[in-house]
Ligand binder design. Structure first.
Ligand SMILES: *[C@@H]1O[C@H](CO)[C@@H](O)[C@H](O)[C@H]1NC(C)=O
Ligand SMILES: *[C@@H]1O[C@H](CO)[C@@H](O)[C@H](O)[C@H]1NC(C)=O
Ligand SMILES: *[C@@H]1O[C@H](CO)[C@@H](O)[C@H](O)[C@H]1NC(C)=O
Ligand SMILES: *[C@@H]1O[C@H](CO)[C@@H](O)[C@H](O)[C@H]1NC(C)=O
Length: 464
């Protein structure tokens, strides 16, 4: 539910952003690339939780399998642009995506929830329509395992470096600059939790096929495939590990030497980093060559923002995450349904459903879980209620029905938006669940506005 202060905070952020851009005027902020002498020092000092793993240190066989897997999924048209919602606007992401991961898991970003195509975890007996697709899912499962182990190593090393830095500064009689909170690693359980990726979001984009890509606004870093952002919906302080695969290009494109002396090479894909709300520290643009990986460790997501800068060639990436989906798995949804059904007394006769309890906490729970029953409505339409008791139920119910109505209308609008209608048929979002008002299968109409009016009327009538 929207808290009243949420929109004020949003507004303050927008003002801050405007102020930032205004202060900048026509001047770009500085950023460094490997061509700059201070590049590595800046990285060490202000971006040490970004780790690059160059392609050469990753097993050749793994590269082969993963790159083949990307190409297979593209061949079978498995990646789609997502229809997302940003600041009240419906937009298609320039990048096409596919979520692969533990069976029954979901990942939500920018108001869209994606469902995993399952990878073959141990003990699952998932049937794949094509052997090739099975092999592709298996390749990303292998990559996931590799990146998990690699991340644990990277975190161990970071811990070592930070504690040495602490000791050094103590030896020289200085106040240790890095307090314990600077690298709050937690215990081994925590470490495991923050590195056990349970899904990967695949990305694909061919810049040559895009009619328009946004220009990076603060540093003049060039065309962006993904704008500046923090990641959402992850376990706190968990790592994101990215495998980057830009397709082969001729040597004339890859060669950095021919490029101008300033700025990043626009032919090569980069990950861009900046510190949030900071215009003092230069930004960082790290080139990504075929098969390079990078890790965003610990709280890097909270303190920094990142973007993806487009090169010239098509590029895939596999971004492994520890999704916070405590309320976003199929398993969870089944359990909640069972709990809701415990309050339903099923008489053998069809269409007579009774509730065991009408206590406010039980009804609230039922509505929270399965907000599709009209049983409560039927009950409160009966005679003989105490006014306060009835009002309490109606008030609760109204809040739920109103939210539900708003969500339904928002989703309908998104499905009917021109941008959605212009998508190829097999990629168009469907307005579902949806039913006609006279559908005998459904206890309540799809459009709840009349019921909401009825309940509001009852509340008013009850007021002296
Ligand atoms: C960047 O690193 C320098 C040197 O360690 C440090 O003094 C400065 O505070 C850092 N900047 C930020 C914004 O953390
Ligand atoms: C994903 O893995 C993490 C770490 O094991 C866990 O905390 C989180 O709950 C998992 N997500 C789901 C949906 O189980
Ligand atoms: C990433 O950072 C943003 C901004 O600090 C925060 O709102 C978000 O919860 C963070 N996500 C995770 C998974 O930590
Ligand atoms: C139904 O209740 C769930 C659980 O609280 C909530 O997340 C969801 O938004 C509600 N759905 C509608 C359509 O109101």
């Amino acid at each position: 539910m929207d808290r009243p202060w949420a929109s004020s905070i949003k507004c303050i952020f927008l003002l801050l952003k405007q102020k930032l851009l205004k202060e900048l005027g026509n001047r770009w902020l500085p950023y460094l690339t490997p061509k700059d002498a201070d590049f590595h020092q800046l990285w060490q000092e202000n971006y040490s939780k970004l780790i690059l793993r160059e392609a050469s240190r990753i097993p050749e066989l793994l590269h082969k399998e993963v790159q083949q897997a990307f190409l297979t999924l593209r061949k079978h048209d498995c990646l789609f642009q997502d229809l997302v919602r940003i600041k009240g606007k419906n937009l298609l992401t320039p990048v096409s995506r596919l979520l692969i991961g533990n069976p029954g898991y979901t990942y939500k970003y920018l108001n869209s929830r994606l469902f995993t195509v399952p990878w073959p975890v141990e003990g699952s007996n998932i049937k794949y329509t094509e052997d090739e697709i099975f092999a592709a899912c298996r390749a990303f499962f292998k990559l996931n395992d590799y990146l998990h182990k690699d991340t644990v190593q990277a975190l161990d090393k970071l811990r070592l470096i930070k504690s040495e830095q602490n000791e050094d500064s103590t030896v020289f009689g200085m106040v240790p600059e890095l307090s314990k909170s600077d690298l709050d690693m937690g215990d081994d359980m925590e470490l495991k939790k923050r590195t056990t990726y349970n899904l990967t979001l695949l990305n694909y984009m061919d810049p040559q096929k895009m009619s328009y890509l946004k220009e990076e606004p603060y540093f003049g870093m060039g065309k962006m495939a993904v704008s500046w952002h923090h990641d959402e919906n992850l376990v706190e302080r968990s790592t994101v590990a990215v495998y980057s695969y830009s397709c082969e290009a001729g040597p004339e494109v890859i060669d950095d030497g021919e490029q101008s002396l300033e700025g990043r090479n626009p032919a090569v894909w980069h990950v861009g980093l900046k510190i949030a709300w900071d215009i003092e520290t230069p930004g960082l643009a790290v080139p990504l060559h075929q098969g390079d990986c990078y890790l965003m460790l610990d709280d890097l997501n909270a303190t920094h923002q990142h973007c993806v800068l487009a090169g010239l060639q098509p590029r895939f990436s596999s971004t492994h995450r520890v999704a916070e989906c405590s309320v976003g798995t199929l398993d969870y949804i089944f359990k909640r349904c069972q709990l809701a059904l415990q309050n339903v007394q099923d008489d053998m006769e069809p269409r007579t459903i009774h509730l065991r309890s009408l206590e406010s906490s039980v009804i609230r729970q039922g509505e929270e879980i399965h907000n599709e029953t009209n049983a409560v409505l039927c009950e409160i339409r009966k005679e003989g209620w105490l006014v306060e008791q009835k009002n309490e139920i109606i008030t609760d119910l109204l809040a739920w029905l109103t939210t539900r109505q708003e969500l339904r209308m928002e989703w309908c609008m998104r499905c009917q938006s021109r941008i959605a209608q212009n998508l190829p048929e097999d990629q168009r979002p469907i307005c579902w669940p949806y039913w006609e008002d006279d559908d005998p299968e459904m206890p309540l109409p799809f459009d709840l506005s009349n019921i909401i009016l009825e309940l509001q009327g009852q509340l008013l009538k009850a007021k002296p």
